[in-house]
Design a protein around this ligand. Structure first.
Ligand code: FES
Length: 109
């Protein structure tokens, strides 16, 4: 495990989710209830940055073509509306462990 410090816990509490750059990756981190989630923030379809979080379903939607990803698994649940026939399993995203370490949000990369 390689934990990397990102933003303060207070920043995440105010925003609920944020995209952070960690090494060569952009990772969306979210706090829903008392749990943290991390998922690649760059959409696997056409590289837009993800950004519409649904706390109830624990999903995040891409702003460009509405693909929906599961925050817990990275699986694509809804394909992009411009590529309805694309195989969902090949367009999933990597997920990451996230923790609060003394007021700092850390991601295991
Ligand atoms: S770039 Fe994300 S759905 Fe197309």
């Amino acid at each position: 495990m390689v934990w990397k410090r990102t933003i303060s816990s207070k920043t995440l509490e105010r925003a609920m989710y944020a995209s952070v750059k960690v090494e060569d990756k952009v990772i969306l981190i979210a706090k829903v209830g008392d749990k943290f989630y991390g998922i690649d923030a760059v959409c696997s379809h056409a590289k837009c940055i993800l950004g519409i979080l649904d706390q109830d379903s624990l999903t995040v939607k891409c702003k460009c073509h509405d693909a929906v990803f599961d925050l817990r698994t990275g699986n694509m649940l809804e394909p992009p509306y411009v590529a309805k026939d694309a195989p969902k399993e090949k367009l999933g995203l990597k997920t990451y462990q996230v923790r609060d370490n003394n007021g700092w949000i850390e991601v295991d990369v």
